[in-house]
Design a protein around this ligand. Structure first.
Ligand SMILES: [Fe+2]
Length: 278
């Protein structure tokens, strides 16, 4: 079973498919009615310059209310420049509060995967409850991102990544735990901007999470907490009466499809200071 997954992963690492094969569209958090769309053009992201020409190139972007990108509500064109490794940052304004949106980039005839996000509720709206998750410490060469796959299945308003989105350590020729061939340029520790871009591209090369809609939900970190054996994330649900925290843990990082379970839960109730394990 593991061998089959490893082979599939190797295929993904070694084949580029279009400008977005490694660095798919993703998003930093939408705040209220504005937000930043992000992607990077890198058809050969393990090569210097990501396989892009050393000049500015135009990139189109669109934001739509449906996943098929038919009902476009905002769109525009930006220049991706070599100084920023042809990464693209688009500030989108004028969106409606508390809505789901989808977005996509276009470079020449190449379309990025469709990204998904939602805007925060209006400040006038009374929010009954809120669910979010936080995560940290994802390490590509120490296992599959099983936990993030499960996180993407949750109904969450947002996800906070607390840090260690990537580690600076050099990557073994066999990709460590993943048993995937990794080019020589990954062997040294990350100490330069170019090397960091390579590492970032490698971490981004992990299969994106797909949920009920099949849409791309960004990259998929696995998260360690407590110790090196337990991986997962923390889910928080908040309403007027209580704050519940669940420590969600995957069974194993040896399988991308690993199931997840709640390891422990804690409750803080209104009027009762302190968390109580439930
Ligand atoms: Fe860490």
């Amino acid at each position: 079973m593991f061998g089959r997954h490893a082979a599939a992963q190797a295929t993904r690492v070694n084949k580029a498919r279009g400008a977005y094969a490694r660095a798919v569209a993703t998003l930093t958090t939408f705040l209220h009615r504005t937000g930043t769309l992000w992607t990077r053009l890198a058809p050969s992201s393990f090569e210097p310059e990501g396989g892009m020409p050393g000049r500015k190139v135009p990139v189109r972007w669109r934001v739509a209310t449906d996943e098929t990108m038919r009902h476009v509500v905002r769109q525009g064109k930006v220049l991706a420049v070599p100084e920023l490794a042809h990464s693209v940052h688009v500030e989108v304004e004028g969106l409606k509060a508390g809505r789901e949106y989808f977005f996509q980039f276009e470079y020449r005839d190449d379309l990025s995967p469709v990204g998904h996000t939602r805007t925060a509720p209006s400040s006038k709206e009374r929010v009954g409850s809120l669910a979010f998750a936080f995560a940290s410490c994802q390490r590509w060469d120490e296992g599959y991102y099983s936990a993030y796959r499960r996180m993407a299945e949750e109904e969450l308003a947002f996800v906070v990544h607390l840090g260690d989105y990537l580690y600076e350590y050099g990557i073994d020729a066999n990709g460590g735990f993943r048993n995937v061939p990794v080019p020589d340029q990954f062997r040294p520790e990350t100490t330069t901007l170019d090397r960091y871009r390579l590492q970032h591209a490698l971490y981004k090369s992990a299969p994106t999470c797909r949920r009920r809609t099949g849409s791309s939900r960004g990259s998929s970190p696995h998260i360690k907490f407590f110790d090196g054996d337990r991986r997962g994330y923390v889910r928080c649900s908040v309403d007027r009466d209580e704050w519940r925290t669940d420590l969600r843990m995957v069974e194993t990082v040896s399988r991308p499809e690993s199931p997840i379970e709640t390891f422990a839960s804690f409750l803080v109730e209104d009027g009762h200071p302190g968390a109580v394990r439930v």
